[in-house]
Design a protein around this ligand. Structure first.
Ligand code: SF4
Ligand code: MG
Length: 317
C-alpha cells in the first residue's frame, strides 16, 4: 500500500535580490503512512516550515516530487487541485496572527466550508457548533471575536478551522511553540484525540525534540535544508545516530536529578552557519564534535543503516 504522502528529492530554492540562491529545502525524501504522525524537527531557519509550505503548495517546488495519494501535488489542476486543497489543511504557529480579528469565530471556522461550498444555512451552523465542541469550546463562542480568547483557545479555533472540510492530512507548523508550557500538553492531547476519532495523518513541525516526543510515530531531523536522520520516535530517543540529533537530545532536561547530574551534555560550538553560505561536505561539520577530514570533502549520503532508520553521516556507512 502506498504511503499517503511521499516526498522525493524535494528542493525549494529562493533566488534572492543579491543574486544568491537560498537552498531552503535541499533534496529531501521521506514518506508518511496513513494515520501516522511524522514529527519534523530542527532549529529555526533549517527549512522545516518551507518544507511544509511546499508540500501543501503554498510554495511551488524547485524540483523533486510531492506525491499525495499517489498524485504529484505540483502538477494538479482543476478539480483534482480542489480535492487536494480540501484534503490537506494547515494549522499555523501563531494563533494570534493567523485568525482574522474582524471575523467572528464561527465565520473563521466556516471559511473552508464557504470556499468549497459544502454546506449552508442551518447545516453550516450545526457543523460549526459541532467543531467547536470537538475542539473543547462551545456554541456560544461562535459569535465572539478572536481577541476574546486565550492563546490555547485560539489555537483550538485554528484547529477547528482546519478540520471544517474534513481533510485527511494536517500540517501543523509549530502549533504549540507560541503557547504557555501549561497549555502545550492540552493542545497536543487534542491533536491526538482528533487523530484517533478521524483517522487523520499529521506532519507535526517543531523546533525541539521535547515537543514532538509524545505525538510522533516517526521523526525527521533537519539541519540547513537537509534531512539528517529519520526513524521511529522510539529509536530516535533510544539510539540517535546523527551527532546533531544526539546534541538536540542532550539539551532536553531529564526529570530525575540523579540522572541529570551524571550525564554528559553535548554542547554545540559556534552558530548555525548561514544557509546562504553552507559549509562544503557535511552541513553540520562546523559544529560537529566528531568531524573528520572526509566530512569537509563530501556530503554524506542519506541512507538506511538499519531497517527504517535513515541517517546522513560519514560515521554510519
Ligand atoms: Fe559529523 Fe562528519 Fe557525521 Fe557530519 S558526516 S555529522 S561532520 S561525523
Ligand atoms: Mg518556522
Amino acid at each position: 500500500r502506498q504511503p499517503l504522502l511521499e516526498v522525493r528529492n524535494l528542493q525549494k530554492h529562493f533566488q534572492l535580490g543579491s543574486g544568491k540562491t537560498l537552498k531552503a529545502v535541499d533534496n529531501i525524501s521521506f514518506a508518511i503512512e496513513r494515520g501516522e504522525t511524522f514529527g519534523l524537527v530542527g532549529e529555526s531557519g533549517c527549512g522545516k516550515s518551507t518544507t511544509g509550505r511546499t508540500i501543501i503548495r503554498l510554495y511551488e517546488s524547485t524540483s523533486g516530487e510531492v506525491l499525495f495519494d499517489g498524485e504529484d501535488v505540483h502538477k494538479l489542476r482543476g478539480k483534482k487541485l480542489l480535492d487536494f486543497r480540501r484534503n490537506m489543511q494547515m494549522v499555523f504557529q501563531d494563533p494570534y496572527a493567523s485568525l482574522n480579528p474582524r471575523m467572528t469565530v464561527g465565520n473563521i471556522i466556516a471559511e473552508g466550508i464557504d470556499i468549497h461550498g459544502t454546506l449552508s444555512g442551518s447545516k453550516r451552523k450545526e457543523r460549526v457548533f459541532q467543531l467547536l465542541r470537538d475542539v473543547g469550546l462551545n456554541e456560544e463562542h461562535a459569535s465572539r471575536f478572536p481577541h476574546e480568547f486565550s492563546g490555547g483557545q485560539r489555537q483550538r479555533i485554528g484547529i477547528a478551522r482546519a478540520l471544517a472540510i474534513e481533510p485527511k492530512f494536517i500540517i501543523a507548523d509549530e502549533p504549540i511553540s507560541a503557547l504557555d508550557v501549561s497549555v502545550q500538553a492540552q493542545v497536543v492531547n487534542l491533536f491526538k484525540k482528533l487523530q484517533k476519532e478521524r483517522g487523520l495523518t499529521y506532519l507535526f513541525i517543531a523546533h525541539d525534540l521535547a515537543m514532538v516526543k509524545h505525538i510522533s510515530d516517526r521523526i525527521g531531523v533537519m539541519y540547513l535544508g537537509k534531512l539528517v536522520e529519520v526513524t521511529t520516535s522510539d529509536a530516535l530517543y533510544a539510539k540517535p545516530l546523527h551527532p546533531y540529533t544526539q546534541s538536540l537530545l542532550s539539551a532536553i532536561p531529564i526529570p530525575d536529578p540523579e540522572v541529570e547530574r551524571n550525564r554528559e551534555r553535548i554542547i554545540l560550538e559556534g552558530e548555525i552557519p548561514s544557509p546562504l553560505n553552507p559549509p562544503s561536505g557535511c552541513p553540520f561539520r562546523t559544529r560537529c564534535p566528531m568531524a573528520m577530514p572526509e566530512c569537509a570533502a563530501a556530503m554524506p549520503e542519506f541512507k538506511e543503516v538499519e531497517p527504517g532508520h535513515f541517517v546522513a553521516c560519514h560515521l554510519h556507512k
